[in-house]
Design a protein around this ligand. Structure first.
Ligand code: ADP
Ligand code: MG
Length: 313
């Protein structure tokens, strides 16, 4: 392709909200063989909502939700926000009539209802722990509890399997060393996700999903979106290793992520695509920035490269 063709393609990209960082990036995209998608916030909307909560020790649900929200109030994770919101709505349901009042009440909820915590610590890829009422609370996935020698109650297993089979993430809670309850969190797929996955397959590109979430939930989401190749329970640092494992045979690999936990993977990929608002590190690490937060632009980007470099296959 001539420099002019590259400039034209870059312009076409930009007018579609596809920012391409240079001619090399544009050229590499034509040969992409694997597109690895991050799950949360990339294939899914990244808008987690708690759909159900249950205790298994006889602890009153309202009290349980206060304990968990108190712990999660210090976390930045999308799951944490969903849990604090749910606890707020559980306690304040029907008690405010306007949005303004509701927002004010959220502040009141955080300051007046939630309990003081100390020794908060985020455990990447697993969850959080802290002290509340002087006792240790653990909030996270099954691995977090297992690592702390806490086993899940038998009657909770069915509940958890049911949630996870329905593509929901089960958040497990242990308080004072005892398994206490579970919250189910849903994060719907982006509307275009399945069509884009299908489109890639038609182009001869293999879609892959990578996530820190548990295997059962990951499989359920992958099935819904039409992806057969899944890597689950991957620690944040492990996502770049997944990229490298696909590059081993010389394949050109694209990684699509929102930059939360996946910037090293974006940097490791031959073609890193940051989607959505993207964090600053993601934009820095990526070769493409997909401004519209629409997965169709993954196809736009590959198409543009193929057309510019006139590869007919
Ligand atoms: P993803 O790859 O889907 O973006 P993360 O690596 O951020 O996932 O997290 C992996 C898993 O760790 C989550 O699915 C969840 O089970 C657990 N987790 C992480 N942070 C939290 C938190 N603040 N509260 C509860 N669970 C959490
Ligand atoms: Mg993520």
């Amino acid at each position: 392709a001539t420099p002019t063709a590259v400039m034209v393609a870059t312009g076409i990209g930009a007018s579609n909200g596809v920012l391409i960082k240079g001619g090399d990036a544009l050229e590499r995209a034509q040969n992409v063989r694997y597109v690895i998608f991050d799950k949360t916030g990339t294939l899914t909307q990244g808008k987690a909502t708690v759909t159900t909560a249950k205790t298994f020790t006889g602890m009153e649900l309202g009290h349980f939700l206060i304990l968990v929200a108190s712990a999660e109030a210090s976390s930045e994770h999308p799951l944490a926000k969903a849990i604090v919101d749910y606890s707020h709505h559980y306690h304040f349901f029907g008690k405010h009539s306007t949005t303004k009042e509701a927002l004010k009440m959220r502040e009141d909820f955080l300051t007046d209802w939630l309990l003081e915590t100390s020794e908060f610590s985020a455990l990447p890829g697993r969850g959080i722990h802290c002290l509340v009422n002087g006792k240790m609370i653990l909030v996270g996935n099954r691995n977090l509890l297992t690592e702390n020698g806490i086993s899940v109650a038998v009657e909770a297993e069915d509940f958890l399997v049911e949630l996870e089979s329905n593509a929901k993430t089960g958040v497990l809670v242990a308080y004072d060393g005892i398994f206490t309850g579970i919250l189910g969190v849903a994060d719907p797929l982006k509307r275009e996700a399945a069509v884009v996955v299908e489109g890639l397959k038609k182009m001869g590109v293999k879609p892959v999903m990578v996530t820190g979430d548990n295997w059962r939930t990951a499989q359920a989401v992958a099935y819904e979106v039409g992806i057969e190749d899944v890597r689950a329970e991957v620690m944040p640092a492990g996502k770049a290793d997944v990229v490298r494992s696909f590059q081993k045979d010389g394949s050109v690999v694209a990684m699509v992520g929102d930059g939360i936990n996946d910037s090293p993977a974006l940097a490791a990929a031959d073609v890193g695509m940051a989607i959505g608002a993207g964090t600053d590190i993601a934009i820095e690490a990526a070769d493409y920035v997909l401004m519209r937060n629409n997965l169709e632009d993954v196809i736009t980007a590959i198409d543009l490269s193929r057309k510019t470099f006139a590869r007919i296959r």
